[in-house]
Ligand binder design. Structure first.
Ligand SMILES: C[S@@+](CC[C@H](N)C(=O)[O-])C[C@H]1O[C@@H](n2cnc3c(N)ncnc32)[C@H](O)[C@@H]1O
Length: 448
């Protein structure tokens, strides 16, 4: 068999994989991160950046691209032709945001109809893209009179941002539409941030220090983790600065019995272990495949923990009855503070998901609360910007657990030089910042 004749070019295959990934996202069959993790092995390693750029780009620009596509099509595609719609979105993305020459973007998109064995659509796709080439400025100007297109957010989400955060919504939207910076956490038990920054500097990797987490360094340009000195020896981990605050707030101490509920992929688990010299840490996670990530993360850092795969809310199934001194409860949430890292939220997230998540969070929070010892501390955390997942959950806990009280966020920490986020009715809310931290929520509680 002549391989060169029968195998599509590698670049073409990156495009084909992107079409499949976007199709699955449009059909609600998995998240962008799981799809990419599964499918990136199907393209040559040098084309993985192209695959990511295409998939992240289409998701990030989806509200705009979707309205352009619907405007250009006389009739929307049927569900069975979602793959064609994905190809069209990718073509529009290339025309609008990438350096691909226009004729190549049009040609590749038309060719992908043939690869999808839908030759009947070639003329239609060709005509639609050529019209966009001619009329792009006018089309975009007209469509941008709709706020969800102007701000590039789903309508329902934009409404909520405006309702909950009238003063901050522009800042939220701008940061959510940008590419996030690469932030690393220096393992301060091995090396100081200053020394590690010098090591990076020697290698020509420019960085700046985070203002709020003493362990955070922002890289000027993203690099592969393998390029970070002593990564395999556990000197650093990739973690957003706002996420790093959790271990600084809880400030684990030697000998403390600590629970990290909802722990995968184990970013915060690792940080707690780094900060607390010989703590007794239990990490609970629902998903077995995500559990493996915690395992490999803490192995790289050189620590041990009790890893339990269970529903954190079903305490009968995993708790031995010994109370914890401190608990980190980083519940599953709408991830509306990290849209720039999970831009498929713009396609997949629905208002009903938030109602469902609120019930799950409430259940986990009130059940896990019983495992905290008297006088112990719980840090409730989400990467959500929705008050119903954050301060309102704390309000609910305080109303229903007589022994729960909120304490100042820096009660246990000694290292915050600057104030981060804004105070809300309970806890503190951080908003995503361009070239800065993600959106997060924290509230520290104590059991009386
Ligand atoms: C926000 S993520 C946690 C991130 C993690 N703390 C870190 O820093 O790497 C929430 C995690 O909770 C897990 N999860 C969801 N429902 C759960 C439940 N009922 N019990 C335990 N874990 C759960 C999800 O699979 C997900 O891994």
């Amino acid at each position: 068999m002549n391989k060169t004749n029968s195998t599509p070019s590698i670049q073409h295959s990156a495009r084909q994989v992107a079409i499949e990934v976007i199709t699955n996202i449009l059909l609600q069959q998995g998240s962008l991160s799981t799809q990419l993790a599964r499918r990136q092995a199907d393209v040559a390693s040098e084309h993985i950046p192209l695959l990511k750029e295409l998939c992240f780009g289409v998701c990030r620009q989806y509200p705009k691209l979707n309205s352009i596509a619907l405007h250009l099509l006389a009739h929307p595609f049927e569900e069975k032709d979602t793959d064609l719609y994905a190809a069209l979105l990718l073509g529009l993305y290339q025309l609008s945001y990438m350096n691909t020459p226009d004729h190549a973007a049009v040609h590749e998109t038309v060719e992908s109809c043939r690869l999808l064995k839908k030759d009947w659509a070639t003329k239609l796709i060709n005509a639609v893209l050529r019209r966009y080439q001619r009329e792009a400025d006018e089309i975009i100007m007209n469509l941008e009179s709709t706020p969800s297109v102007e701000y590039n957010q789903p309508k329902w989400l934009l409404k909520r941002f405006i309702k909950h955060w009238p003063e901050q919504f522009e800042e939220i939207v701008d940061a959510s539409n940008t590419h996030p910076p690469m932030c690393i956490r220096v393992n301060e038990s091995r090396v100081s941030r200053e020394t590690y920054q010098e090591k990076l500097n020697e290698l020509g990797i420019k960085s700046s220090t985070g203002d709020f987490s003493t362990s955070a360094l922002y890289l000027k340009n993203a690099v592969r983790v393998g390029e970070l000195p002593n990564f395999e020896e556990g000197f650093v981990s990739v973690q957003d600065e706002a996420a790093q605050l959790s271990a600084h707030i809880l400030n684990p101490k030697a000998g403390e019995k600590i629970l990290d509920a909802c722990a995968a992929p184990g970013g915060k688990t690792g940080h707690l272990l780094e900060k607390g010299n010989s703590i007794d840490l239990t990490a609970v996670e629902l998903e077995p495949w995500r559990m493996e990530k915690i395992e490999s993360n803490i192995k790289r850092l050189g620590y041990n923990a009790h890893l339990i795969c269970a529903d954190a809310g079903e305490i009968e199934s995993w708790w031995d009855g010994e109370h914890f001194d401190k608990i980190l409860l980083d519940v599953p949430c709408s991830a509306t503070g990290v849209i720039r890292r999970n831009p498929d939220i713009k396609i997949n997230r629905k208002p009903a998901d938030i109602d469902e998540l609120v019930l799950i969070q409430r259940e986990i929070l009130s059940r896990v609360w019983t495992t905290l010892k008297s006088g112990g501390y719980m840090l409730y955390a989400t990467c959500s910007l929705m008050p119903e997942e954050n301060e309102q959950q704390i309000q609910y806990l305080l109303e229903n657990q007589a022994d729960a009280k909120e304490v100042a966020i820096n009660t246990l920490a000694s290292e915050f030089k600057l104030e981060w986020g804004i105070p809300v009715s309970h806890g503190r809310q951080l908003f995503p910042a361009i070239e800065g931290h993600d959106g997060f929520y924290y509230c520290l509680l104590q059991k009386s």
